[in-house]
Design a protein around this ligand. Sequence first.
Ligand code: HMG
Ligand code: MG
Length: 325
Amino acid sequence: MTLAPDLFAAVPGRVSLYEVSPRDGLQNENATVPLRGKLRLVDALVAAGLKRIEITSFVSPKWIPQLADADELAEALLAAHPTPQASSTDHLLEGQRLRFSALCPNARGLARARAAGIDEIAVFMSASETHNRKNINKSIDATLAEFEETIGPALDYGMRVRGYVSTVWGCPYEGDIDPRRAIEIALKLHEMGCYQVSLGDTIGSGTPRQTRDIMARALGELPLDSVAMHMHDTRGTALSNIIVGLEMGVRHFDASVGGMGGCPYAPGAAGNVATEDLAYMLHGMGIATGLDLERLVEAAKAAESIVGRALPGKVHQAGIRSLRA
Ligand code: HMG
Ligand code: MG
């Protein structure tokens, strides 16, 4: 039998994980986690070596009451982990400084982020008109217009801005989404000043061939380090889709310890790919992350005790087997 050429020939030697559990994870818990639990979670993430952590959302507390303490949380975390002034030219893969970011839908959110001392915001919208309206109460066009009032001023303040496009792999209301439309929006966000756009499989419906098609379009339009993948694992396909991205050279992935996560306005969305599961797979493939796997497992266990329920990630349950045993 002749083996096909190395499937992993193009995988990068190093990738960067962007941790979303304090935001994507805690926004989807039924019970609001008290401030001290959130601080404990972020401390555990920092101890595991994570450098890019989305700590909360400056959204309406009526829409996401679980994160209503965003201002207080950000101030407490920045006091506990003072970070040097951000630079938009910080390298995204190596030698990174710890950076806390927060979700921000509008100018009001930007003002709150700024007052709290946050120097990176993430704007978010959907490739699907219906999900966009359900999630942020606006059309796609009105959202892009509103982002003119958010991204531009944030950049003027010296902040870094990330972007999300949700429902790229499918929408809970509209079903299939045209990948050309999704990538058009991603490109627009990049042109408006987002240093990176994270493409979301919000409901975790994606499969590998589809991922190849979507990522080929994305990488055809956007610079490599401007593209990240945000894969929810509702149907167990997140790691398979990430392998496809890796094989195409993608170097930025969002993840959430324990596999927490979901969007309250996307019915059926379960957790993100678990950070410790992704790191286990990457390390086993010889891909560096800069993360301490044992401490990631500790962070996942801390997350379970903080949210008071078992979390779906696999590696924190099974343990880290020596890869050479
Ligand atoms: P709206 O009701 O249309 O907004 O909500 P509005 O401008 O009419 O304002 C209504 C009220 O909200 C006013 O207060 C505003 O001041 C207040 P009131 O006068 O009624 O007392 N308000 C705010 N308060 C605090 N901070 C703000 C803010 N903005 C307005 N920034 C809005 C529009 C966008 C605010 C709302 O729809 C919202 O907050 N949505 C957030 C939904 C959300 O966070 N969803 C989950 C995150 S997205 C996700 O999980 C997907 C992702 O993970 C990627 C993936 O998985 O694909 C990112
Ligand atoms: Mg998400």
